[in-house]
Write a protein that binds this ligand. Structure first.
Ligand code: HEC
Length: 128
């Protein structure tokens, strides 16, 4: 009985590991859906296309507050950092805690959602 149980367990573990896509690809797919619903009303991923917020084309690896023609708060314009995944995560958790007077008023409180959105941004082609 016990060995049959173990055999079933081993098989299902194998099946799961064989079928599951790599975590980052899965994250990026979830992130795309989250981006569409929670970010895209204000942000485009096309270069030079600013909406209420700046274009996020190639934002990871880009100087904060540097998109030409975008409307930035003084705090973001003078932040003086280059965005990496960890800083995007901190910003999304609470934009106004990181950037004083930020005009980005939404936040993403769920850490898994932030990770998925950041993975999606990282997977996007950059024209920089
Ligand atoms: C209601 C509109 C709005 C929504 C929704 C929104 N943003 Fe923003 N975002 C802004 C604005 C406005 C700024 C500029 C903030 C400032 O200057 O302080 C900004 C700035 C940013 C920046 C800094 C860009 C740079 O050039 O330095 C990042 C990164 C960012 N947003 C990511 C996101 C992500 C990811 C989402 C979705 C979870 C999101 N935003 C949702 C309006 C929005």
């Amino acid at each position: 009985m016990a060995s049959r149980f173990l055999a079933v367990l081993a098989c299902s573990t194998l099946a799961l590991s064989g079928l599951a896509p790599p975590a980052s690809a899965q994250d990026a797919a979830t992130g795309e859906r989250l981006f569409r619903t929670r970010c895209a009303s204000c942000h485009s991923l096309e270069p030079g296309q600013n909406r209420i917020g700046p274009s996020l084309n190639g934002v990871i690896g880009r100087q904060a507050g540097s998109v030409e023609g975008a409307r930035y708060s003084a705090g973001l314009r003078d932040l003086g950092i280059t965005w990496d995944a960890a800083q995007i995560d901190t910003f999304l958790a609470n934009p106004r805690a990181m950037v004083k007077g930020s005009t980005m008023t939404i936040s993403v409180t769920n850490a898994a959602d932030r990770a998925a959105i950041t993975a999606y941004l990282q997977s996007q082609p950059s024209s920089n």
